[in-house]
Design a binder for this molecule. Structure first.
Ligand code: URA
Length: 232
């Protein structure tokens, strides 16, 4: 098990760049509505595919922040002055709910390196109290690279912060993008307090509340169960 200290008690307020993709009316909002909707989300194939589509849109939006370079490309009829991504990001995902979102990002950043981190809620008897434990990570080195750390639901923000701290065992990234479909205000605050101040946050929605079991309200329920079925 990996244990870390949080910077919960920082006295100053940091303001990260937050891109809320639901603020503009695009097809993104249709996919977001479908994963929230109790009459649609029960179709797990559609639920996973919608998370993938959201990941694809997020990849497109994040690509606008990446560095490009010129590349002359030979066509059958001549040479075209093209621009291509200079460096592929590392896609880091928290298991298991992050997998469809990861797949969507990977569809667009198709040469990316990949990190998988297992973070789970370890309950102590009752359902309301738990700790998040990070037990396993498979990752390339990330020193000097751009990392996209994704998780569909960011409730307390603890899994995101612990996953970031775990990643640091593989080096210090040049830049971190946090990609989340639904975040709570509390989760955003914890990330702002514990990740580098130049981190960019990409969200599909920021919801106001958490239940006593740290589920986001209105949220969508349990993303892992909706995508992959119940667990013990
Ligand atoms: N994880 C989920 O799947 N849903 C929530 O509301 C919070 C965490």
């Amino acid at each position: 098990m990996i244990e870390f200290q949080f910077n919960r008690f920082r006295a100053y307020r940091i303001s990260m760049k937050i891109n809320d993709l639901s603020q503009q009316d695009t097809v993104f909002n249709q996919f977001l509505a479908e994963i929230r909707d109790v009459d649609i989300q029960g179709d797990s194939l559609r639920f996973r595919r919608n998370l993938e589509r959201i990941g694809e849109i997020m990849a497109y939006e994040i690509s606008k922040d990446l560095v490009f370079r010129e590349k002359p490309v030979t066509t059958p009829l001549g040479t075209a002055d093209c621009r291509i991504i200079d460096e592929q990001p590392v896609l880091a995902t928290i298991l298991r709910a992050g997998l469809p979102l990861h797949q969507g990002l990977l569809s667009y950043f198709d040469r990316a390196e990949n990190t998988f981190i297992s973070a789970y809620r370890k309950h102590h008897g009752d359902e309301d109290t738990f700790e998040v434990e990070v037990e396993y990570m498979a990752s390339p080195t990330i020193g000097g690279k751009t990392v996209i750390l994704c998780d569909p639901m960011m409730a307390t923000g603890t899994s995101m912060v612990l996953s970031y701290k775990a990643l640091l065992e593989r080096g210090t990234p040049a830049h971190v993008h946090v990609a989340v479909v639904i975040a709570s205000e509390r989760g955003i605050r914890l990330v702002e307090e514990n990740l580098p101040s130049d981190t960019t946050i990409w969200v599909g929605a920021i919801d106001p509340e958490l239940t006593s079991r740290a589920y986001i309200v209105p949220g969508l329920g349990d993303a892992g169960d909706l995508a992959f079925g119940d667990k013990e």
